[in-house]
Design a protein around this ligand. Structure first.
Ligand SMILES: Cc1ncc(COP(=O)(O)O)c(C=O)c1O
Length: 368
């Protein structure tokens, strides 16, 4: 397998070496800081040593799994603590494809780009389903593309890059489709704390042997560098997924797990509410300015991202670089997310300078 440099690495690299002040709206790294209890948990951990510095149980610290299980109202035997949501997706997709229940992975276009990458790595075949202009996924369209070859259906809610939030009916249907086709629905809910619509529904709401829920603390606690996530898997699948996790990673980071456990128990809802509110305000600020710039955009119902399209300015890599050099704003080309939004650009609202960025874009397009 060749090394494939993710497109966002290239854009970040370009922006890092560009002249002048560049507002970075490329990555999904939250800028709002972690809950204070996280650092406290890490300090406490640092003072332990000895046995506490050795291998944790492969499937995760028992206390952390129990804490997650209690919050998600599942049995702790169903929880595997992973190296972020990224590994949890890999375990679930790997399980779906190794079962002999098909070779196809159904995913939306626009798509979070690591799904097609992982599908290739696992020897599966990509099958795409289009979404509505605002990112809504119609389960009837999923029904059109599923077959007896379907091993896995990927759902991302709230969605990266569209910002769509799938409601209860959609999630119920997606679980039902997975059941009817003996496939696994993998519901990637890493942005679940950033639902502005109030319609977010976890796939955990629907008891089924055909759904795996993926999540992480990367975004909710602003710790993308810690690498602590988890999946909740049905009893029949959890064993093989634990094996894959053990053989690939041995375990995930023990200091990270200890700190997350402490932060989970010590952090109240205000931390999450404040961050959600801040992000919702950034969406308003940014989209108002996009209106002034004459752009078309998808207003997100959740998550960190806004997809936008400017008149006569397709969101190619070349134009992305042009915006870095001439407007001082770095976004992502739409071609990084499948084919449906190749003309668009994606902007991550993880900077306090959202208003300045939008003004720069408006000025640049006014002068063009
Ligand atoms: C939809 C989606 N899933 C998974 C991930 C990876 O999450 P983690 O950093 O927890 O591996 C991201 C990161 O941006 C994402 O957008």
């Amino acid at each position: 397998m060749e090394y494939e440099e993710p497109l966002f690495f290239r854009v970040m690299e370009y922006a890092a070496h560009a002249d002048g002040d560049i507002i970075d709206m490329v990555s999904g790294n939250p800028d709002w800081g972690s809950p204070p209890a996280l650092a406290a948990g890490l300090h406490q951990y640092a003072d332990t040593g000895g046995r506490e510095f050795q291998y944790p149980p492969s499937e995760g610290l028992r206390e952390l799994r129990e804490e997650i299980a209690q919050r998600r109202q599942v049995d702790s035997d169903q929880v595997i603590v992973t190296n972020g949501a990224g590994e949890a997706n890999y375990l679930a997709m790997g399980r779906a494809l190794e079962r002999g229940a098909g070779s196809e992975v159904v995913m939306t276009d626009p798509v979070y780009p690591y799904y097609p990458g992982k599908t290739n790595m696992l020897g599966g075949d990509q099958v795409y389903v289009e979404t509505a202009r605002d990112g809504r996924l119609d389960p009837a369209d999923v029904r059109e593309v599923v077959s007896e070859e379907t091993a896995c259906i990927m759902a991302t809610t709230p969605n990266n890059p569209t910002g769509a939030v799938y409601g209860e009916d959609t999630m119920r249907e997606l679980v039902a489709i997975a059941e009817e086709h003996d496939a696994l629905l993998v519901s990637d809910e890493v942005y679940d704390h950033f639902d502005f619509s109030g319609h977010f529904t976890s796939a955990l709401e629907f008891d089924s042997d055909h759904r795996v829920v993926v999540n992480a603390f990367s975004k909710s606690m602003a710790i993308t560098g810690f690498r602590v996530g988890y999946c909740v898997a049905p009893p029949d699948h959890v064993g093989p997924m634990k094996s894959r996790h053990m053989l690939t990673n041995v375990a995930t980071t023990r200091p990270g797990q200890a700190a997350v456990l402490h932060a989970l128990t010590e952090t109240g809802p205000a931390y999450y509410q404040e961050n959600r509110q801040r992000l919702a305000e950034r969406v308003e600020t940014f989209t108002d300015a996009l209106d002034d710039a004459g752009a078309e955009y998808t207003k997100p119902d959740g998550g960190f991202y806004v997809l936008a399209r400017f008149p006569d300015f397709p969101g190619t890599l070349e134009n992305t670089f042009e915006l870095v050099d001439e407007a001082g704003v770095a976004g992502m080309p739409g071609s990084g997310f499948g084919t449906a939004r190749e003309d668009w650009l994606r902007f991550a609202l993880v900077t306090p300078r959202v208003e300045a960025a939008a003004q720069r874009l408006a000025d640049y397009f006014a002068d063009r």
